[in-house]
Design a protein around this ligand. Structure first.
Ligand code: IPE
Ligand code: IPE
Ligand code: MG
Length: 228
């Protein structure tokens, strides 16, 4: 495919793990495990397509008020898979980064995250960003407070650079799996001109082929950015 038709930055709202499990009469935790495995496979495939940057929404600020049982299960999966995933990414020369409010996560999960970030530091092939304990509004608010502390009015560029993906290009393509047609507090500022792609496919079933379909759909979009 023509280079210009490949999105530089893809962001994915990975939704539908719970319903995937329910359909199979399995507990939600089984859906999260299947989602975690799919996330690892998908993050390898994305960079093979020439995408430079990928942001995956794994856990929103609001998700942190789910039951203790569900959250404990999610954190256990992070502890289990994060180090292995970081190794895979390091071998592929991809930098791993996590955005979100770390003060909302258990201390040992933060440690695992930080070790993974350190392990993949400097990877030049691309950047994989995991949003964990992330909220778009919270991201904007924290940038506002940074600007206030700086004590002067800021330009659009300066403000953008204060957001948690300040050094990355905005997402060209924003995908949501799992049937819902909403943004659910993901990259609110950054998605201003993202192309949106919604699919009914539940995240654990979102195959490499489904991703290729989304990229193909993107390649036919005409991006105008407000121009005539
Ligand atoms: C998305 O799957 C993953 C997280 C938000 C942790 P859900 O857990 O929201 O799955 P559904 O929407 O209930 O199917
Ligand atoms: C969005 O999914 C957040 C993630 C996938 C991490 P939710 O399941 O939390 O979204 P809502 O509640 O349906 O809007
Ligand atoms: Mg959901």
């Amino acid at each position: 495919m023509d280079e210009a038709r490949i999105p530089r930055h893809i962001a994915i709202i990975m939704d539908g793990n719970g319903r995937w499990a329910k359909k199979r009469l399995m507990p939600r935790s089984a859906g999260h495990r299947a989602g975690m495995k799919r996330m690892i496979g998908l993050s390898e495939h994305i960079f093979d397509r020439g995408v430079r940057c990928c942001t995956l929404f794994a856990l929103s600020t609001e998700n942190l008020s789910r039951s203790k049982e569900e959250l404990d299960g999610l954190f256990a999966l992070l502890r289990e898979y994060f180090p292995e995933n970081a190794e895979i990414l390091r071998a592929k020369n991809i930098t791993l980064r996590v955005i979100g409010d770390r003060s909302l996560l258990p201390a040992d999960v933060v440690q695992v995250i930080e070790a993974g970030e350190k392990r993949t530091e400097g990877g030049t092939r691309g950047t994989l960003v995991l949003a964990i304990g992330y909220g778009g509004r919270q991201d904007i608010l924290s940038a506002v407070n940074k600007a206030v502390r700086a004590g002067k009015e800021v330009t659009m560029e300066e403000f953008s650079s204060m957001l948690s993906e300040g050094d990355l290009p905005d997402p060209d393509l924003l995908i949501r799996t799992g049937r819902e047609l909403r943004i659910s507090n993901f990259l609110l500022w950054q998605a201003a001109y993202s192309e949106l792609y919604f699919t009914d496919v539940l995240f654990p079933d979102f195959s490499d082929k489904e991703l290729d379909k989304a990229i193909e759909a993107f390649s036919h979009r005409e991006r105008r950015f407000g121009k005539a």
